[in-house]
Design a protein around this ligand. Structure first.
Ligand SMILES: [Zn+2]
Length: 145
């Protein structure tokens, strides 16, 4: 529904229920990006047998919050969930967070996904996430996991 704003005679679009026209385009872009990254990663690792090293670990000798993620993703792509979990315990939570953010990007008008997305991206939630990442980093280096 278009409503004149009464000030400059502009027309405002107030119909927030209108679905976006580019849902399929966004889904295709997301799928293509993920497929390209997975293909490049698998091709690179399978052909060379080399995984990029962690710069933080090389410099400090400590594990960063993401250490083990490459091996975990590789194990996930091969369908081994237990092995993936053993490489980095934050992987399931990280993937869930990224999936929700990606789904919100693809379906911005979905009320269910929108509610979850808004809960996960409040300043308080982001501080909790930052605290969890710091706690995970400290714990994994103290416990050697
Ligand atoms: Zn690392």
């Amino acid at each position: 529904m278009a409503v004149p704003d009464g000030f400059h005679g502009r027309v405002l679009n107030t119909d927030v229920r209108k679905p976006p026209h580019n849902i399929w385009l966004r889904a295709a872009l997301a799928f293509t990006a993920v497929a390209a990254l997975v293909s490049l990663y698998l091709l690179g690792v399978e052909l060379t047998g080399v995984m990029p090293r962690c710069l933080f670990r090389d410099i400090t000798g400590w594990s960063c919050p993401g250490c083990g993620s490459q091996r975990a993703l590789h194990a996930l792509l091969e369908g081994d969930l237990t092995e993936a979990w053993s490489y980095n315990y934050m992987i399931p939570f990280t993937l869930a967070y990224v999936a929700i953010c990606g789904m919100h990007w693809i379906l911005p008008y979905s009320t269910h996904i929108g509610k979850i997305y808004r809960c996960l991206t409040t300043p308080r939630a982001l501080y909790v996430l930052l605290g969890a990442v710091i706690a995970w980093t400290v714990a994994r280096n103290m416990l050697g996991i």
